[in-house]
Design a protein around this ligand. Structure first.
Ligand SMILES: NC(=O)c1ccc[n+]([C@@H]2O[C@H](COP(=O)([O-])OP(=O)(O)OC[C@H]3O[C@@H](n4cnc5c(N)ncnc54)[C@H](OP(=O)(O)O)[C@@H]3O)[C@@H](O)[C@H]2O)c1
Length: 259
């Protein structure tokens, strides 16, 4: 398995303006990586780049919307012209647009899939041919423990994240043959603006800096899945392994408490 190192090129982080992406960009810079920062909010990216430079690192600001396919193709090309090969990519931009409880709002599903699934595709499309041609490169896609199956109140999010994990599993067979590494990151709850907006209980929640260290350790270690914190991962995986009648009964009982 190819594990990229800072001397191979630059690291591209999407969703770098807040939360997990911001913390990972900082941690990568601390570990010697030059980083290219993408998100829509330019002021936040500029502030992060300045923080990285103050740490003695190097960062380029590449604002863009991951749901814009042409913009991501142009951005990946521009990063490589200005900084050389993208050796490592963390495709982290994401979010959740849930339907109100008991309602099915198709537009919220489309927005969630456009951001979390199409947004990943739009970055993979320019990245994978370049990495395959070089027979080197490492891409990690940020999914969630919500990818393991259907969770209450998270239909669109589970749909998008599960699809992305299945796609990465399937791609791994082809990418292994050309020396390109693909990984998925499946965090439980991490304190970020995304989870600040959610009112349900958040067991085993960790801080974004802690998540960033775990992700960077996982990138350096290799292995297909970077999943944490362990108790949350085991509980969700164990629940999903139950027979459906038991799974639905337990999940329904748990979720009624915060309906
Ligand atoms: N926090 C958790 O507990 C948790 C758990 C599991 C998985 N995750 C996943 O972790 C990733 C990061 O989430 P977070 O918790 O760090 O949330 P966050 O703080 O809200 O960060 C989301 C990032 O995505 C960017 N983004 C959103 N829409 C975008 C778009 N259309 N184009 C480009 N960038 C866009 C945001 O920047 P702009 O608004 O500036 O564009 C921001 O930088 C997501 O994929 C999320 O699903 C989070």
């Amino acid at each position: 398995m190819h594990r990229a190192k800072p001397s191979d090129g630059i690291a591209w982080v999407t969703g770098a303006s807040s939360g997990i992406g911001r913390a990972v960009a900082l941690e990568l810079a601390r570990r010697g990586w030059r980083v290219a920062l993408t998100a829509r909010r330019v002021a936040e990216l500029d502030a992060l780049a300045a923080e990285i430079v103050a740490l003695g690192g190097s960062a380029g600001v590449y604002p863009g919307d991951v749901t814009d396919r042409a913009a991501m193709a142009a951005l990946a090309a521009r990063i490589e012209v200005e900084h050389g090969a993208i050796a490592l990519a963390l495709l982290n931009a994401g979010g959740n647009f849930p339907s109100p409880r008991g309602e099915f709002v198709g537009e919220n599903f489309r927005r969630t899939v456009a951001l979390n699934a199409d947004g990943v595709l739009n970055c993979l499309e320019p990245l994978l041919p370049r990495m395959s041609a070089r027979r080197a490169g490492q891409v990690a896609v940020v999914a969630s423990v919500a990818a393991y199956g259907g969770l209450p109140t998270a239909a669109s999010y589970c749909m998008a994240k599960a699809g992305v994990v299945a796609m990465c599993e399937a791609l791994k067979f082809d990418l292994d043959r050309v020396g390109v590494t693909i990984q998925v990151v499946c965090p439980g709850y991490v304190r970020t603006p995304l989870t600040d907006a959610q009112r349900q209980p958040k067991p085993f929640m960790i801080e974004a800096d802690d998540a960033a260290r775990r992700i960077c350790d996982g990138l350096a270690r290799g292995g297909f899945e970077i999943a944490f914190p362990r108790p949350m991962v085991w509980i969700v995986k164990a629940l999903q392994a139950l027979p459906y009648p038991l799974f639905f009964r337990l999940m329904a009982r748990g979720s009624r408490r915060y309906a």
